[in-house]
Design a protein around this ligand. Structure first.
Ligand SMILES: [Zn+2]
Length: 199
């Protein structure tokens, strides 16, 4: 076998979360002894650990592990990064796309690291506004570029499933630093380059 992906979970966390989720199932009126639910508390316990793994990751370290001195000084854009997170108010998913750009100032970062820091911040309880700012700040502080831009568009299940009127609405947030804040022209260039994907 050339490659094997192994999910590892903390056993004592899995056990205590499983007990709690069993209580949740009983409290909402379920029969935790019926066949389909026998392993549900353990599955949910593992899913929760997966979805909150960002608490144990250090996005700054992820970025710093792949920074390279390079003369390139044009805008670098990574578009359509899939985002899956959970709102901290209802613990329901919100998901969509992030578009991230920076203008290097002597250093570039390995392109795969940008989606990885998005994930590291997204896999925690979040609000979309803070998630957007954290991605910008992490890149700005570690890479010290000329500027950073982040635009995120996401659908929130806490809005869509709970009967609020705007069922198909998409929430857009943005965060800019440096040149993207100071120069209308630079910000417009970025927004034009990603705009075909904005709804
Ligand atoms: Zn919510």
């Amino acid at each position: 076998m050339a490659y094997e992906r192994i999910d590892k979970y903390n056993e004592s966390t899995t056990k205590s979360l499983s007990d709690l989720y069993k209580n949740v199932l009983e409290e909402v009126g379920e029969d935790t002894k019926r066949e389909g639910l026998l392993k549900t508390p353990e599955r949910v316990a593992k899913a929760m650990q997966f979805l909150t793994q960002g608490y144990h990751q250090d996005p700054s370290e992820i970025l710093k592990s792949a920074m390279f001195a390079e003369d390139y000084s044009q805008m670098v854009i990574v578009k359509d990064i899939e985002v899956y997170s959970m709102c901290e108010h209802h613990m329901l998913p919100f998901f969509g796309k992030a578009h991230v750009a920076y203008i290097p100032n002597g250093h570039i970062v390995g392109l795969s690291k940008i989606p990885r820091i998005v994930d590291a911040f997204a896999r925690r309880l979040q609000v979309q506004e803070r998630l957007t700012n954290q991605i910008r700040d992490c890149i700005h502080e570690n890479l010290k570029p000329v500027g950073v831009a982040v635009v995120m568009e996401a659908s929130h299940l806490c809005m869509q499933m709970r009967g609020i009127e705007k069922q198909n609405s998409v929430t857009t947030t943005s965060a800019f630093s440096g040149e993207f804040l100071d120069s209308d022209k630079t910000r417009k260039e970025f927004l034009d380059l990603i705009s075909t994907k904005l709804s």
